[in-house]
Design a protein around this ligand. Structure first.
Ligand code: NI
Length: 159
């Protein structure tokens, strides 16, 4: 059974005054329409983070790199690394930030372990001023789906 067929279940939560105040502030700032939506959002975020941290789930990663294109062969190195991982690089965008610095955004897809390694290679390339990887699970997390546990699963939109 998929979680989509599950009925909503109400449960009560006991929370002390200050934590609830902070939570309501958070809910307003993040524009959640109500507490239930905010709790669901936070639960999903925690489960996604946990799955990405501890399981080899299918993930998408966004790598942002800022570098000076004058640095020795950096453009070549970054391009080579991406050509070596053709099957993991979905797309990339290059933007000339100012007279010397470039911003490159690279979208990756694959098992978290592979994405992390490749991202570390890109970010660690000599001459990169700063780099960051943002990971997300490619599949819904927090449902009863097998794919949330890293098993291969036919994609519903393919074929
Ligand atoms: Ni540039």
């Amino acid at each position: 059974m998929s979680a989509k067929d599950d009925p909503l279940i109400r449960f009560s939560v006991a929370i002390g005054g200050e934590l609830l105040q902070r939570f309501d502030q958070y809910r307003e700032e993040h524009q959640y329409p109500n507490r239930s939506e905010a709790v669901r959002g936070l639960m999903r975020a925690a489960l996604i983070e946990d799955a990405i941290e501890h399981e080899d789930v299918e993930a998408v990663g966004v790598v942002t790199l800022i570098y000076d294109h004058h640095a020795s062969r950096i453009s070549d190195r970054l391009t080579e690394l991406q050509h070596e991982h053709l099957d993991r690089v979905v797309t990339s965008t290059h933007m000339h930030l100012d007279s010397t610095r470039c911003l490159e955004v690279i979208l990756l897809r694959g098992p978290t372990r592979v994405i992390r390694e490749l991202a570390n290679g890109l970010i660690g390339t000599k001459g990169v001023e700063t780099g960051r990887l943002v990971l997300a699970s490619a599949h819904p997390v927090g449902s009863a789906d097998a794919e949330a546990h890293g098993h291969p699963h036919p994609h519903p939109h393919s074929g």
